[in-house]
Structure formats: C-alpha cells, structure tokens
Design a binder for this molecule. Sequence first.
Ligand SMILES: CC(C)(COP(=O)(O)OP(=O)(O)OC[C@H]1O[C@@H](n2cnc3c(N)ncnc32)[C@H](O)[C@@H]1OP(=O)(O)O)[C@@H](O)C(=O)NCCC(=O)NCCS
Length: 294
Amino acid sequence: MAIKALWAGRQLSVRPYQDGDEVAVLDLVAADRLPGQPPTTLAMLAEALAGRSPIDGGWWAELEAPVTEVICDETSTVLGAVSYATRRSDGAGFILWLHCREDQVLTEALITRAIDQLGQRTVHAFEFASALTLGLEGLPASHRPATRRALEATGFTGRDLWRYMRADLPVTGLPHAAHCTITGCQDPPGKRLEVREGGEVLAEATIGLPAAGIGVLWWIGVTPAARGRGLGLALLGSALDLLNGLGAGEAILFVDDDAPADPDPERDRTAANSLYDRASFTEVDRLHSFTRHP
Ligand SMILES: CC(C)(COP(=O)(O)OP(=O)(O)OC[C@H]1O[C@@H](n2cnc3c(N)ncnc32)[C@H](O)[C@@H]1OP(=O)(O)O)[C@@H](O)C(=O)NCCC(=O)NCCS
C-alpha cells in the first residue's frame, strides 16, 4: 500500500513482511546493534516474528500475534520494518520493535502506520524486550534519536526507566566472596550465587549463561543489615569471574533506577549505580518506554 511520505524524492509503500525479507530486515536490525549485544540471528528474528521472546516472554504471551510490515521504495528495496500487536486483556496496542537506520522520514512513516493500524486505543512503544536483543527492555534513547523524536512528534510520552551498562571481562582487581555457593537456575537459564551466614542468605546474584560471548548480570542484592561491608563488590567479583569462566568476554546489566527512594528505599539504586561504576562498567545508554493515549 502506498503511503503519503516521500523519501529522497521516492514514493514509499508498506507491505506485510514476507519470506525473503530476512536478510534485509536483519541488516536493518544490525545497523542499530548496541555494544554488549549479540548479533541478531535468523532464529532470533523468527522468534520475534512469531511473537515470542526468551526475556519478558510472559508479556509477549498476553499479546495477539504481532503484525510485521516493511516499508519499501519504488524499487522494492526494504528500507525499514515495524512490528506491532494488541493485548488480549485490555486491547492496548504495542509497537514492539522498529528499525530503519534511524532515518527520520522512515521512522515517522512507520510509527504513523502502526498507530493508524492499531486504531483508537492506548499504544505503548518499546515496553518489552524482544527476541532481537539480549534483554533490552526499552528504546536506547541516545542511540536511537530519530525514533525517539518520531515517537514524541506523534504524541507519545517517554519514560526514562533503565540504565544499560557493559564491561569487558575479566575485570581485574575486584575482591571475591568467600564461601559462595553456586547453583543452576532455569528462569533465566543461568547460575545463582549465594553467600550465607548461619543458614541465612546475606547476598545473592543471578547471572545468565553467556550467549555469543556475552553474559548478563540479572540481579545482585545484599540483605540490608549486611550492606556497606564490601560484600556486594566481592560477590560481583565472583559473579563476573564465573561469567568469564563460562566463556563470556563481556558482561552487561540493567539498572532499574527509575523509582525514587521514597516511599520504598529498596528501590533506591544509588548504591547499585556506584557499585557498577566502581567495578568498571560503563553506561551504554538509557532505555526509555513510551505511551500514547488516543
Ligand atoms: C547495591 C548493593 C548490592 C551493594 O552491596 P554492598 O554490600 O552494600 O556494597 P559494598 O559494601 O560492597 O560497596 C561496594 C561499592 O558500592 C558502592 N556503594 C555501596 N553502598 C553505597 C551507598 N550507600 N551509597 C553510595 N554508594 C554505595 C560504593 O561504590 C562501594 O565502593 P566503595 O566501598 O569502594 O566506596 C546493595 O546496596 C543492595 O543490595 N541494594 C539493593 C538491591 C539493588 O539495588 N540491587 C541492584 C539491582 S540493579
């Protein structure tokens, strides 16, 4: 279907994603790949197209089958792709992923197309992680400025939710936790590290099994009474060593530092952010999610 936008003087059209678009769409996804993210494979794309994701899978299971469309020029060259869906329980719409090499005209055309097709309903954008990435739950705002601008220009309001960080492994010079037990865990597939004292868990961390040489630190926590004594840094040192031993050459993590310390001090991530800075992690980007009301 032809759409109103012109791109470099050429008429654009939108059509459903079809077999044969894989290479072009994977190229578009690759153009937006962030440090700390594995290359997106055909299998990952197939999962996203089917409406499944290893991370945030429960939220994906609440959606109707996603619609994926591509935008082409007159020569049928695929210039961009967008995937969107509705949620069964409340009818909300979701723009799940979108790639077009951060071209302003294309991203506005794709977002407008998704809004039009989703109709009169609240639409969320970049709310969940997709199978195309390793846990990126939001739009990396600095790396995707055109998409962010296009969302805001079409009536979306953004929320700055997560800090996305990475580090090369091994990180040298970190202490290690004494008497740390390591067990396997299923969801996510990985390992759980625990430091116990007298049967009580003082500190715990969860890591994901490395994929493509990249490991994720999903969680680290120290019980409030044991904080400030070096346990968190030592457990982090052990977790990163374990990831390295399992084959990871880099580690990534996400900090949910969007909530104020008041009323829930347990959501305060001041210490966590300082811990990760101290352990040589660097911020890659901030992850934003967006909502538009009809
Ligand atoms: C983050 C957390 C694991 C740190 O554990 P900890 O045992 O208290 O940390 P350590 O004593 O090992 O301190 C290590 C570094 O963290 C930082 N840090 C620790 N407590 C801090 C605080 N209250 N304020 C600022 N920085 C702090 C410092 O950089 C410190 O290094 P330094 O001692 O050389 O200054 C702990 O505060 C916690 O469990 N917080 C709640 C859960 C959480 O936020 N998890 C992370 C989710 S992403």
